[in-house]
Design a protein around this ligand. Structure first.
Ligand code: SAM
Length: 243
């Protein structure tokens, strides 16, 4: 817990987001730990470049236990949230979101929404990820999940993000610089199909290089370097970017 506090202080996490994160953790019946703190810091970074008040729909790819989805919705209650994950893990996302927001309408989307309006919280099983292409969305977030996907799945996600009907979409992507998957395939974040995106921010993610352990020296390196990107894909030049 001390190391989590240290991390939040070191990177000047906003009190408002930390409080929202603590509330999410409490309602999800989990500790507000290092994993939660990293997500708070990522949201703070996004807020430096993106006016989230102007975002209508945010999609979290591979949230895992619903924390970023809940953090976003608690911080920006006007948002509609799409949460997409592999079927079994999606179950944990739904649990967290339902215990945080029992009042909201939720839906498991199985086909294109067409002219129907999107529910406040929409879940999509990863095998239906093509549905993303038809839903206007202004902010996509992917933390440590593209690094679990093969190159063809990553390319498809990029294509769906690029083709979504919104004029402007931001993409926050935080993943291993290079990863060898169990089948031997290697993925590299710098070689993701960034064409058509303008990268607004790119660096080694400062809070995602080491994790806390209970014995000296108290921090251990992750298996490889993790980079984070904040990028925008724009159809016209109407950019609500913070400068
Ligand atoms: C290491 S966890 C990261 C969880 C969380 N985003 C975090 O930062 O702690 C990886 C997540 O990616 C999800 N994932 C893997 N393949 C996926 C896919 N094709 N589409 C969506 N999510 C996927 C996994 O189910 C898991 O929830």
């Amino acid at each position: 817990m001390l190391l989590t506090k240290y991390l939040l202080k070191k990177y000047s996490a906003s009190t408002k987001t930390v409080d929202a994160g603590r509330e999410v953790a409490k309602l999800s019946k989990r500790l507000f730990d290092f994993d939660c703190a990293k997500q708070v810091l990522s949201l703070n970074l996004i807020e430096k470049k993106v006016d989230v008040n102007k975002v209508e729909v945010a999609t979290i790819i591979g949230d895992g236990y619903g924390f970023m989805s809940c953090l976003l919705l608690r911080s920006y209650p006007h948002l509609k949230i799409i949460n997409i994950n592999l079927g079994r893990t999606l179950f944990f996302d739904t649990l967290a979101m339902q215990s945080n927001f029992p009042q909201h309408q939720t839906e498991l989307l199985l086909k294109e929404p067409g002219s129907n309006s999107l529910s406040k919280i929409t879940f999509i099983a990863a095998e239906n990820y093509k549905l993303l292409e038809d839903i206007p969305c202004q902010l996509y977030i992917n933390i440590a999940s593209m690094q679990e996907m093969n190159n063809d799945v990553i390319r498809n996600y990029f294509s769906f993000i690029k083709n979504n009907p919104s004029e402007i979409s931001y993409f926050y992507c935080c993943n291993r610089k290079e990863k060898r998957l169990p089948d031997g395939e290697v993925t590299k974040i710098l070689e993701y199909p960034w064409e058509e995106f303008k990268v607004l921010h790119k660096e080694a993610c400062p809070w995602y290089q080491k994790y806390p352990v209970g014995h000296p020296p108290f921090w251990k390196c992750f298996d490889g370097e993790i980079l984070h990107f904040l990028a925008i894909r724009e159809v016209n030049n109407k950019l609500p970017i913070r400068r």
